[in-house]
Design a protein around this ligand. Structure first.
Ligand SMILES: NC(=O)c1ccc[n+]([C@@H]2O[C@H](COP(=O)([O-])OP(=O)(O)OC[C@H]3O[C@@H](n4cnc5c(N)ncnc54)[C@H](O)[C@@H]3O)[C@@H](O)[C@H]2O)c1
Length: 262
């Protein structure tokens, strides 16, 4: 039985991970934006207000974990938002928001709990990035850059913390159906409409992705590619760079054509 903290566990992937971890007997603390527990928090999970932008909230989460559990086995940095926009249309405020939540939110979580895991000499950190951390389609630079940062952070920490008995995994799914599009609040409404339809029309559910993520965690995989689209696209970029570049150029040309004709 593991003691697990899941950020962003009120909705989507975080909620499904929480449900599936509880079902197999783990203890889960959910941290999310709601000031107090809502009906969306799975019944047997504990709940704490934890805005991943707040150092104070992270300190309170560490205090809770040490007081209630005496330690932590698994930190899942899952909380995140969506952004989408062309470089000359999306606002800098949107860039700052996505970096603060999707990248620095993960950094804060790692900085808070690494001392706890080092003292134990055990534990695992699982950072939810995205396929966007590897595959950089046009019109999504802020999201892609923040998620690529999470991939780099995770790989770095995997090497750095291995000698301390701490494992690190990064999760890179392609689009799956959740409430992620409701966090879009930027300046490029056209790109945001595209992102919304990709999330809403995705072939995978949060349930599918959570099950594959848990398998990857159990196998100690450093990079968890939980769906077929993610596996295929990463393999293409790695083994057939020309095909990947052609895909990206085609997307860029379609975006430019749309921009010129609107
Ligand atoms: N849905 C997809 O297509 C997709 C694809 C790849 C990666 N992801 C990533 O999966 C993760 C989970 O997203 P989801 O799709 O389940 O979306 P979701 O919107 O359904 O869930 C995200 C959760 O994060 C919480 N959250 C947002 N900002 C927060 C903050 N500052 N502090 C604490 N909690 C916060 C939200 O309240 C929500 O409960 C995100 O990191 C997202 O970028 C999603």
């Amino acid at each position: 039985m593991s003691r697990v903290l899941v950020t962003g566990g009120v909705s989507g992937l975080g909620r499904e991970l929480t449900r599936q971890l509880l079902a197999r007997g783990d203890q889960v603390l959910v941290g999310d934006l709601a000031p107090s527990r809502t009906d969306d928090v799975p019944e047997d999970a504990a709940y704490l207000h934890l805005d991943v932008r707040s150092e104070g909230d992270w300190a309170a989460a560490r205090e809770w974990v040490e007081r209630e559990w005496g330690g932590l086995d698994l930190l899942v940095n899952n909380a995140g938002i969506a952004t989408g926009g062309r470089i000359d249309v999306e606002s800098l405020a949107d860039w700052e928001r996505v970096v603060d939540i999707n990248l620095l939110g993960v950094v804060r979580g790692c900085r808070t709990f690494v001392p706890v895991l080092k003292a134990q000499g055990s534990g695992r950190i699982v950072n939810v990035a995205s396929l966007a951390g590897f595959i950089h389609g046009p019109g999504m630079s802020s999201y892609n850059a923040a998620k690529a940062g999470v991939v780099a952070l995770s790989e770095t920490l995997g090497f750095e913390l291995g000698p301390w008995g701490i494992g690190v995994s990064v999760v890179c799914p392609s689009f799956f159906r959740t409430n992620l599009h409701t966090s879009l609040a930027g300046t490029d409404s056209e790109m945001e409409a595209t992102a919304t339809s990709l999330i809403q029309g995705a072939p995978y559910t949060a349930e599918d992705v959570a099950a594959a993520v848990i398998e990857g965690i159990d196998a100690g995989e450093p990079v968890i590619l939980p769906d077929e689209i993610a596996r295929t696209m990463v393999a293409t970029k790695t083994r057939d760079r020309a095909a990947y570049d052609a895909w990206g150029r085609d997307g860029g040309a379609r975006l430019a054509h749309k921009g010129r004709s609107s």
